[in-house]
Design a protein around this ligand. Sequence first.
Ligand code: MLT
Length: 242
Amino acid sequence: MIRVETDPQAGLQASLRGDILIVIDVLRFSSSIVTGLATGAKQFIPVATLKKARNMHKKNRNYLLAGERKGLKPKDFHFGNSPIEYKKSNLKGKSIVISTTNGTKTIEYCKKSKLLLIASFLNAHALSTYIADYLPREDNVSIILASNSHTIFLEDFICAGLLVSNIIHLTSKQDLNDDAILAKLAWSSAKDDLEKTIRQGHHASYLESIGFIEDVKFCINRDIYDLIPFIQDNKISKINRG
Ligand code: MLT
């Protein structure tokens, strides 16, 4: 079965069920992770609070700090949560502790899963083919949308629909929960003018208002990175597909 879950806490239950979990936070946590790893970062270490991030940096000065609150870089951090910023920086071999408003909190709910992957438009095809080619057919998949439990982010819902549509196309899975059916419909209706649709959403509008329109435009690019981030021992790195 393929499920789309709009409440991050559903990640707990899905993990207990033994599902493969896919976390999406298009603007911008998952797009930043995908871009950072594509740019050469060794790994990201997600933490829920800024305090925890700072403590980790105190203990290990090689760790760089990244993240945001209200979309903006905390003053004492090395990086914000901007894929464009990561693309321009030298991240080669770096370990980066990251804390964001919704993305890293959602990861907390999903940590106990047997396999946790991170998706965005940037790596949608790579992730879908990995699910189709490498995972047992009987595995259930839960796509968890990052949010604060009360809000659905338009861009995450549409990206979930793209993944559902890809996975159905590539596998024999046909069994969907209602939110997966809805997300697939949302993707079909938005795909021909993705930028226009996503820029109507509240988070894209907010990011534009604080000067991050280039991030929004970049995060809408489809399938530009052929990599799949996964989490092991609370570290996000890319799956080595040999
Ligand atoms: C989050 O985790 O809430 C986001 O990625 C926020 C953002 O930086 O746009």
